[in-house]
Structures are given as C-alpha cells and as structure tokens.
Design a protein around this ligand. Structure first.
Ligand code: M6R
Length: 364
C-alpha cells in the first residue's frame, strides 16, 4: 500500500534515503569500506571501452554514470538511448563492456540493444531493479539496485539506486585501472556512505520546493539547466515534470543557452537550474545571470555553500546539504523530482498513472 502517502510517487520519493543505503550496502564492505563487486567475466583493468544504453530516466542515470566512468575510472564511454543504439550499429571492439540500465529489466529497446551488443561480443553488465527479468537472464552480470517495487509510472527511487550502483562501478574500475588510490577510494566511499542521511535532510526543503511549484504550475513552458553531472539532473527534472504535470519542459546544458534557447526567455518561461557548488558553479552562475538580465525568473537548486552566491540573483533558492562534487548529482535529483510531484498536485493530474504512459515499455 501507500503507507499513508497520497500517491506511490510521494511514498517512493520518501524512500530515496533507504534505497540508496540498501543499494550501497550490497556493494561496499563495511569493514574495509571498499567497493566489492560481484565476480565479472572480464577485467575492468583492460576493458577497452564502455557503451552505455537505456531509456528515459534510466538513460539519464547512465549519463551521470558516463561522467563517473570517464572522470573517476578513465574509461572511454559511448552512450545513447536504446531506441537509437539498437539501429546505430556502431563499430565495437570485442571485449568491451555493454552497460544496460533498466528498472524493469523488460524494456524492449534496451533488450534489443543488449542483443546487438552481444552480437558484437561485448560483455553485458546490467544495472537492474527487477532481478528476475528478461534483461537479467540475458546478461553476463547483474548489478542489482535495492529499490524495491516501484509502482509509480514516474521513476524516482530507482534512479538514485541506479546512481549508487554506477558510482560503485566507477570506483571499482578506477581502482582496478590504477587511477583511484586507496586513499581516494576511502574518500569516495565516505561520500557515498554519507548520502542516506544527507538525502533525508532534503525533505526539510519541502516548503521552498512548494513555492517553486506554485510558479511552475502557472507556466506553459519551463527551461531546466545544468552543467556537467547536473545536466542529466536537469534532463531528469524536465522529463518528470512533463510526465506528471503535462507542462512542457526542456533541459539544456547551461552553456548551450546562448546557442539558441536564450531567445525563449521572458517572464513567462521559468528557469529551473541545478547548480551545486564545485568546479562548474561559477560557469553556471554566469549563465543564470545572463538569463536574469533577459527577464527570466530563476528557480535554483543548489547546496548551502552555493546558496550564498545565489540569493539576490534567484527568485527562489532551494539549498540542500553540501556534499562532495562526486555525489552531488545523486542528492540534487531528489528535490528536482519532488518539484515535479508538487506541480502535479497543484495541477490535479493522475500522478501515479499519467495519461498515455505505461510503467514498462515492452513494445518498440
Ligand atoms: O524499466 P526501465 O528503467 O527500462 O524504463 C525506462 C523508461 O521507460 C523509464 O525510465 C521512463 O522514462 C519513466 N517513466 C521515467 O519516469
């Protein structure tokens, strides 16, 4: 049941902290605080390349996984949505890693992409929530997410669980490839293990998120922005808003604004930005100042450190706990999903069963 929540989506949003913790518990040895993956039928030290594919939210999790595999493990990565990947027929060196991500394990396009990769002799690693599924049966290795059943058509907790697995995979690969030292591994693992309690604190921001929702609910179009690993968070936010509130939303890499979308900006098109403190913060900030100068209403998700710089620039600032840059996208996803839920409530849509959508897409 819904445990007293109004919708499964609300219940599942509140499960983020637990689900992240349970997923990490499967992959991190509490004694050594090192990542321990199941046995792989190939060596992460010598894998030439990873090809990531998935659909929808799982694809956005994969985009964050790409940032981590590239920056932490120094593995070359290609990524595409499964509906494109299955027909692209990219040249693949045998022995590469095909990385599939799916909550249900039944998505038709993801399964077809898997079979294509298998035909090109890739090792198939799947990040799945339903471990008794078709994709599971056709994979060499399944890395399970411990999200539990996800009923809401709009995916929420499965996403942060997928990120938890992908982060561990990147750390393990980095260690194996000699680019993550034992000290670095300890620091990265510590930042992951800190996530469940930090995630719990995100819900303290519910009132500020509702204020944002009131602005969004009156809009016809919304622009989501982010840079680096916050760009997929923006994509996830825009998808979730479209799904449950039926408001048109688009996500852009913040640096792409001046290449076109900035022409959309006026007071009627609110801008939702994800801008945690860190390497790219100042860059995003200057993009936001450009948008404001053109009359844009800025609603910004940041952390307590970034908030100081944003007050005075943004109309509404939601500051969640400051965490390591590595884990920031995991935490920043939660308020962005909460926002979509709050807007759906204001719009009175069928939150758990949005029109035209199915929980698992088993046809092409
Ligand atoms: O079961 P899967 O993870 O393979 O599903 C992929 C997408 O269909 C799914 O993430 C979809 O985009 C959700 N409705 C997003 O909220």
């Amino acid at each position: 049941g819904k445990d007293g929540y109004r919708h499964y989506m609300e219940k599942e949003l509140h499960e983020h902290p637990v689900v992240i913790g349970q997923t990490l518990q499967r992959l991190i040895d509490p004694a050594t605080r090192r990542v321990v993956l199941p046995d792989l039928p190939f060596d992460l030290a010598s894998v030439p390349r990873a090809v990531i594919t998935a659909c929808g939210s799982a694809f956005y999790a994969g985009m964050i996984g790409r940032y981590w595999l590239e920056s932490v493990a120094r593995i070359p990565v290609d990524i595409d949505v499964a509906s494109e990947m299955r027909y692209r027929d990219p040249p693949l060196t045998p022995g590469g890693m095909g990385l599939l991500i799916s909550q249900s394990g039944e998505t038709a396009d993801t399964l077809a992409a898997l079979r294509g990769m298998r035909a090109h002799r890739q090792h198939i690693v799947s990040v799945l929530n339903v471990e008794q599924s078709t994709i599971a049966r056709e994979s060499d290795v399944v890395l399970g997410t411990a999200a539990g059943p996800e009923i809401s058509v709009a995916s929420t907790k499965a996403f942060t669980a997928q990120l938890s697995v992908l982060a561990c995979l990147a750390i393990a690969a980095g260690r194996r490839r000699g680019v993550v030292s034992p000290d670095q591994e300890q620091a990265l693992v510590a930042s992951l293990l800190d996530l469940p309690s930090r995630a719990g604190e995100v819900f303290d921001q519910a009132d500020a998120i509702r204020r944002m929702a009131a602005v969004i609910a009156g809009a016809r179009d919304v622009l989501y922005l982010g840079r680096g690993s916050s760009f997929p968070v923006a994509l996830e936010g825009a998808l979730k808003l479209k799904e449950v509130s039926y408001i048109h939303a688009e996500a852009y890499a913040a640096g792409e604004m001046k290449h076109g979308p900035i022409s959309l900006i006026d007071q009627t098109v609110p801008i939702v930005a994800t801008a945690p403190s860190g390497r790219l913060f100042e860059k995003t900030l200057s993009n936001l100042q450009e948008a404001r100068a053109r009359g844009g209403r800025l609603l910004v998700f940041t952390d307590t450190q970034g908030a100081e710089r944003l007050r005075g620039i943004a109309e509404i600032v939601v500051a969640i706990p400051t965490v390591d840059e590595f884990t920031a996208p995991v935490l920043q996803t939660i308020p962005v999903q909460m926002l979509a839920y709050e807007v759906a409530l204001l719009k009175g849509t069928d939150v758990d069963q949005p029109r035209n959508l199915a929980k698992s897409v088993t046809v092409e």
